[in-house]
Design a protein around this ligand. Structure first.
Ligand SMILES: [Zn+2]
Length: 323
């Protein structure tokens, strides 16, 4: 295996390198798959491979040349990463990749490479490009140059304009089946029960599951579950919990977990009114999550959502509760 890849990364990487070696890899590549499946690690290694000045017999990066040495420093002169940047005020990360970041990509790719090898632009997350930024890339996508690569990394390719999608080759990373995903998590040293729970929470995405297991995500989810129960039973105040949820940088993650938990609850129920109520609350939770990126006061927005949760649960009929 290459670069410590998981099997599903390795499979996609092998497809890409076979195309590359046969000269079939288009200069514009759309690398897509679920959020934490490991797209970026794959693309980074692919970049290291095409940029390496003295690759080994398999075409793998040598790890010693000037390109390979510069690569991990983030200062490789022939590699450019287009990503979400801070807003003008420097107060928060922009939610979009804007035209200023995309405008001169084409011009940059047409320059002579500094190290005499390939040049690579990685746009990640490409589905965060706004329309103007995407349009600015179109011309570059249409005019391939030898040994120049433009790779778009994204979880939701359908959010990209069709004009962009149609000009890119696609490299898809797909979720492994449950047994393979679980096996991989066990190999990462996770206890089986924890791995099972995280995999279920991450809807089968092992990369996401591992991240939650190793960075406190699963503990946060458990706390959100407990908070929702406490609110539903009237044991905790919505405002008090909302203030706690909004107090640190995890508000968006809590809302995502809350929405997921509502959906989970809905799948266990049979009463149509209850399912509809939970589906509505799921949408509402996601809307509040979007609001967090605006100037709306997070604690108030969350409190409104949690009050709705309490009201909805109080209003449940005994029949629905049993169902
Ligand atoms: Zn090298």
């Amino acid at each position: 295996m290459t670069a410590g890849f998981a099997p599903w990364q390795q499979a996609a990487y092998t497809r890409a390198t076979v195309s590359l070696d046969e000269g079939r890899l288009g200069h514009a590549l759309l690398v897509c798959g679920p959020t934490r499946i490991g797209k970026r690690a794959l693309v980074d290694h692919l970049a290291k491979r095409v940029l390496c000045l003295t690759p080994d017999a398999d075409g793998e990066p040598c790890g010693r040349c000037r390109s390979c040495t510069l690569f991990p420093t983030g200062a490789h002169p022939d590699l450019r990463i287009v990503k979400l940047e801070m807003n003008k005020e420097g107060t928060r990360l922009r939610s979009e990749i804007v035209i200023d970041q995309a405008r001169d990509v084409g011009a940059w790719l047409s320059l002579t490479s500094q190290l005499g090898g390939a040049q690579v632009v990685i746009v990640d997350p490409a589905d965060a490009m706004n329309t103007a930024a995407a349009n600015a890339l179109l011309k570059t996508l249409e005019e391939p140059l030898p040994n120049r690569y433009l790779w778009l990394v994204c979880a939701q390719p359908n959010r990209l304009p069709a004009t962009i999608r149609s000009r890119c080759q696609r490299l898809e990373l797909t979720l492994p089946n449950h047994a393979d995903a679980l096996q991989w998590l066990l190999e990462q040293g996770q206890p089986r029960a924890d791995a099972e729970a995280a995999l279920a929470a991450a809807q089968g995405d092992p990369g996401q599951a591992l991240l939650w297991l190793t960075t406190g995500g699963m503990a946060l989810r458990k706390q959100v579950d407990a908070d929702l129960r406490a609110i539903a039973s009237g044991n905790s105040g919505a405002m008090e919990i909302a203030q706690r949820w909004a107090a640190d940088g995890d508000a968006a993650q809590r809302l995502r977990f809350a929405a997921d938990l509502a959906l989970e609850q809905a799948t266990r129920l049979t009463a149509a009114t209850e399912t509809r109520r939970l589906a509505k609350w799921f949408d509402q939770a996601n809307r509040v999550r979007d609001l967090l990126r605006t100037t709306v006061r997070a604690d108030l927005a969350i409190a409104g959502l949690l009050l709705e949760w309490r009201t909805g649960n109080n209003g449940r009929t005994e029949g629905a509760r049993r169902a």
